[in-house]
Design a protein around this ligand. Sequence first.
Ligand code: ADP
Ligand code: MG
Length: 277
Amino acid sequence: MQLTSAIKEINPEAVGETAPSAQSEAKPVIEIDHLHKVYKTGDVEVHALRGVSLTIRQGEFVAIMGTSGSGKSTMMNIIGCLDRPTRGKYILDGHDVSAYSKDERADIRNHKIGFVFQGFNLLSRTSALENVELPMLYANVPTEERHKRAYEALTAVGLAGREHNHPNQLSGGQQQRVAIARSLVNQPTIILADEPTGNLDTRTSIEVMEIFQRLNREKGITIVLVTHEQDIAEYTGRVVVFRDGKIRRDYKIDEPRDAGEELKQLPPPSDDDDEEE
Ligand code: ADP
Ligand code: MG
């Protein structure tokens, strides 16, 4: 595996694939070709991405790693249609979004992508239920359907009974689960998570990774997650390492850690508000 990774690092084509072989038949959902991003601030230009090519297929679970400033968030912003490349092509689920207008990007983003952030980004004066309903408001989902899907999503992340709590009445782990529920309600093809466990303790991080693994395995949702922790990357199936705006390594995790199994081995949580399903 180390040798293969080393070869891939030098020349991905040399080993005949850039994606894990188990996924090689699945259709590509993210196709990025020679992508560049240059930020211009006054006279200063920052070349944040320098010719990145990357294919991610349906059902993959990918960790993006790399030192601070290597271009990870720039990449995620482009994948999430929050920003556009300076040069190069990006095809999202068959749509060439590189040339999309702001409105067109907002539309495809709403339908295809769920976001989870390090700081949860929940509205503080609003209940868990209303937070989860928010993306459906933008998508014009009728009220009854909104409630139904929001309850289902909160149940799926183990928060049934917590619908009317506000974020400050929930633990960090519970808040992140609300954010994951929110990312799910428009039935996204892809979930993008930028350092989702960055503010969480070890056990809570494993709980969050268990939810992601379940969504990936059972619902086939493609997940791309930025992390600087090797431990967290080991729950995914593939690691892409950025350095200086380029991909330096791209390797498969042959035996991902199983968050569900690991949670069974841990002593039960000390607070009693986390009910087992
Ligand atoms: P990472 O997420 O890996 O820490 P970023 O993608 O945030 O890296 O940043 C890559 C490079 O681009 C850095 O040099 C950073 O300072 C620069 N950069 C990021 N966003 C902007 C911006 N909006 N304007 C100017 N420079 C930026
Ligand atoms: Mg970043």
